[in-house]
Design a binder for this molecule. Structure first.
Ligand SMILES: Cc1ncc(COP(=O)(O)O)c(C=O)c1O
Length: 436
């Protein structure tokens, strides 16, 4: 593929950067439209309607002066004027495929800046290492994804950073508040929330946590928005400062890539992106390009998956061999979780957690007999998946803690895809009928 950006085009690039209809009028368009248009000019890449892959490690400077200037901006040695081109330097620092995706995902979240990472875990780890230091405390909702739990309990303590976990419940905000002004006074740097949580789907009230900033104005509210965002949940509207994703899941959406995302204010993202450059935890250009493709269909995929998931959750709820189901679409009036859902979410998502009658043996039997639901970890892809959290994704979490967060030997997690709903229902019903 020839991508010729000539000197004339390069000059046009500097000019057009600030004249692009979508960059100029970002507020006028909705994310579904911006996902296909923001941050890219076809005329600068041979008229290619789709963003080409900029598969390069390094970029040629127009002059030595340009190179000097770009590095000064990149390392914060000089402030860049609003209309000055930050320049392309080296793909660990910046690359068009990453930058275009970052603009588009930040538009979805309604935030100023985005950064794309090599995985959801590198997004989480880089963010925390960038913003916390020895002596700091992070208050975290519980449960969280098994990898995040591992990082919190086995790695951060080595760096002198303590993570205090609060099992998500109605009184989580008041428990956090008590410790914020008492036991951990002046030490809490960040509140890390995962909502809905993996695997139990429990919701945390983002707004009530953000209100705790009244005790400490520099408190950072970070939300892992993997399960519902950015289509069905916009944490920034409820006071979140940083929004984090495993883009491996719904954003990537086809189970063919590993990536992560963080979006937030220009100020916080400067630190996060700076650490990403030094830790080298950025995504590669090909992954950036794949994510651009995926973002175009994000809302239609998530809507179809949520529609299918609601049907599946209803089937499970009425099944004789299922003892309980947790899915936002089944919440009932009067339940405090429903109040949180109604306030901060606009769709149910596609992850369902449920318990079969019996224990591990019965749960495994269901997994081994599913034909359409693939027996695999991960979630958010177009295909339906099923797994056993206790023995797979959350196998490092101590048994007593698993019990508190509602993960048992009988618990299974489903990620519902876009297949025909009748086929999915039949598959699940067949596997479930073999137990009990
Ligand atoms: C909620 C959540 N956050 C973060 C991660 C980590 O993402 P990745 O596997 O892309 O590193 C996962 C992975 O399953 C997850 O479910």
């Amino acid at each position: 593929m020839a991508i010729l950006i000539t000197e004339a085009q390069n000059r046009a690039r500097e000019k057009s950067m600030w004249e692009n209809e979508f960059s100029k009028n970002k507020d006028k368009y909705r994310p579904e439209t911006l996902s296909l248009n923001l941050g890219y000019e076809a005329k600068l890449s041979e008229g290619s309607v789709k963003v080409p892959i900029f598969m390069t490690s390094t970029f040629e400077f127009e002059s030595a002066e340009h190179g000097k200037r770009f590095f000064e901006y990149a390392y914060g040695l000089k402030k860049r004027g609003v209309k000055e081109d930050p320049g392309l330097i080296y793909s660990r620092i910046n690359n068009p495929n990453l930058q275009i995706f970052e603009e588009r995902i930040a538009a979805w979240d309604g935030t100023e800046k985005g950064a794309v990472f090599s995985s959801g875990m590198s997004a989480i780890t880089t963010t925390i290492l960038a913003l916390c230091q020895p002596g700091d405390v992070i208050m975290a909702s519980s449960p969280v994804y098994g990898g995040s739990y591992y990082f919190f309990t086995h790695i951060l303590p080595k760096f002198g950073i303590e993570v205090a976990s609060y099992v998500s419940a109605d009184d989580t905000a008041s428990k956090m508040e008590k410790d914020l002004v008492g036991k951990y006074k002046d030490k809490v740097k960040m509140i890390f929330l995962e909502t809905p949580a993996n695997p139990s789907n429990v919701l945390v009230d983002i707004e009530s946590m953000a209100k705790l900033k009244k005790h400490k104005s520099d408190l950072i509210i970070a939300v892992d928005n993997t399960f519902l965002g950015p289509v069905f949940q916009k944490p920034k509207d409820f006071g979140a400062d940083l929004i984090i994703y495993s883009a491996t899941k719904f954003i990537g959406g086809h189970s063919d890539l590993i990536a992560g995302v963080v979006t937030g204010s220009e100020k916080l993202m400067e630190s996060v992106s700076g650490y990403r450059t030094i830790l080298g935890s950025m995504a590669n250009p090909f992954t950036g390009w794949m994510l651009l493709r995926s973002l175009e269909t994000l809302s239609i995929r998530m809507e179809r998956q949520a529609k299918n998931a609601l049907e599946i959750a209803k089937l499970l709820k009425s099944h004789k061999n299922v003892t309980s189901v947790t899915y936002p679409g089944l919440l009932e009036d009067g339940d405090s979780q429903k109040e949180i859902f109604d306030k901060q979410c606009s769709g149910f998502g596609a992850v369902i957690s449920f318990d079969v009658k019996g224990g591990e043996k019965e749960a495994f039997k269901v997994l081994d007999n599913l034909k359409i639901f693939r027996l695999a970890v991960s979630l958010g892809g177009t295909e339906s998946l099923a797994e056993h959290p206790m023995r797979m994704t959350h196998s490092d979490v101590p048994p007593e803690h698993l019990d508190i967060i509602g993960v048992h030997e009988s618990t299974l997690r489903l990620s519902v895809g876009i297949e025909h709903i009748e086929d999915l229902k039949e598959d699940l019903d067949n596997a479930l009928s073999l137990i009990g």
